[in-house]
Design a protein around this ligand. Structure first.
Ligand SMILES: C[S@@+](CC[C@H](N)C(=O)[O-])C[C@H]1O[C@@H](n2cnc3c(N)ncnc32)[C@H](O)[C@@H]1O
Length: 362
């Protein structure tokens, strides 16, 4: 289904059906009913990417229907996108259509917004971006009051900044995050808050140290650091690690180290298969890990990481793909039982499901 327009009256029903499907799928491993975290029924997506379609000299936003990748259809609203995306869409399009320089060979427009009201617009072209483009994009940026970023093959033109700043209120505290264009950020802001709050509750009476793999920009790590003695987090993306370092400073966190290591590399490091210079002076033996948090990409945990994670007393496993989480559960439930089970409706009106599990050693 194309998601530019949705029927919000169906929301509760589709969520109930999704919860039932999830419960059925996990029944081999747990009798628990999932705790359900609903999304706002509209305007929940903080980022959006549109194809730009040119017709009779005018540019339009367009999307593809699933399975129809040759023929996009033109849209003029995007009800699942944040209010701010919907406010910016016509303004950007009007300015593009009023300027040959901004319009010519523009093929994609991306919007990144935050719950706290920040935004960044990326315009992507099939042409080299020159001084004239820069001047016109600068004028548009000033008119909009939000930064514009230009991209084309091997070119990235940052006029003001290439990131947005998010502020999330969770359990009475406000956390600040730098979110860089092109790097991973949770698409549904309210669900992101719910997931972090749930993870904090799941670790509330934990003592010891936390290890986090796939930590992104420190989205979970920074609030969770307040609940542990020491935290070590790892992530593969250079850009996300750099944002995480900035986010540590911005939030005044003192007990957290972030290292750029893939989960496969971290598994080798902790098993002393080989040393990693990227660990610097971090002594892995100085940690008394009680909990591991994993939030892997759709592929789930590779077999070696899964086996390493199974050595922890408590495993907090956030997943955007129940199929791979279930594959990992076949292994993890040999040693652990599921104590908490949650459904976060990150992607309403689609079959995509985000789930959370707390596994505790039997
Ligand atoms: C689903 S995102 C979660 C990020 C973070 N937990 C958050 O809430 O924003 C998965 C993250 O895993 C990272 N990643 C992908 N493959 C990885 C690997 N093999 N090892 C470590 N990190 C990886 C991605 O760069 C991405 O930041």
């Amino acid at each position: 289904m194309a998601l530019h327009r949705v029927n919000t009256d169906d929301y509760r029903q589709q969520l109930a059906e999704k919860a039932q499907r999830l419960q059925e799928a996990y029944r081999p491993y747990t009798d628990l009913e999932p705790e359900i975290f609903p999304s706002p029924p509209s305007h929940y997506r903080l980022r959006a990417e549109f194809k730009v379609w040119h017709e009779q000299g005018r540019a339009h936003y367009a999307m593809y229907r699933e399975g129809e990748h040759k023929k996009p259809f033109v849209i003029d609203e995007f009800t699942v996108g944040s209010e701010l995306i919907n406010q910016l869409m016509p303004k950007v399009l009007e300015a593009v259509n009023a300027s040959e320089v901004l319009k010519k060979r523009l093929f994609s427009a991306e919007f990144l917004t935050t719950l706290s009201g920040d935004a960044l617009i990326t315009l992507i072209y099939h042409k080299k971006l020159d001084e004239q483009w820069r001047a016109e994009a600068q004028a548009l940026q000033e008119k909009l009051g939000f930064p514009i970023l230009g991209r084309s093959r091997k070119q990235k033109v940052v006029l003001e900044r290439d990131y947005v700043t998010e502020q999330l209120d969770i359990h009475g505290r406000t956390y600040q995050y730098k979110q860089v264009e092109g790097s991973f950020t949770q698409p549904n802001g309210e669900i992101c808050r719910a997931m972090i709050g749930w993870a904090m509750d799941a670790c509330a009476d934990d003592e010891g140290d936390l290890l986090e793999l796939y930590c992104g920009n420190g989205n979970f790590t920074i609030p969770l650091a307040g609940q542990f003695r020491k935290v070590l987090a790892t992530e593969i993306s250079k850009v996300s690690v750099a944002s995480a370092q900035d986010n540590i400073r911005a939030n005044g966190v003192k007990n957290l180290d972030i290292v750029r290591l893939s989960s496969e590399e971290f598994t080798q490091a902790i098993d002393k298969v080989r040393p990693f210079r990227r660990l610097g002076d971090i002594d892995l033996d100085s940690y008394d890990f009680s909990t591991v948090l994993v939030d892997p990409p759709r592929a789930g945990l590779d077999p070696d990481t899964c086996a390493m994670v199974a050595r922890f007393s408590r495993i907090l496993y956030i997943s955007c793909n129940p199929h791979t989480q279930l594959e990992n559960l076949a292994e993890l439930t040999k040693t652990h039982r599921i104590e908490r089970f949650a459904l976060f409706d990150q992607f309403p009106y689609t079959d995509h499901t985000e789930s959370g599990l707390l596994l505790v050693r039997k």
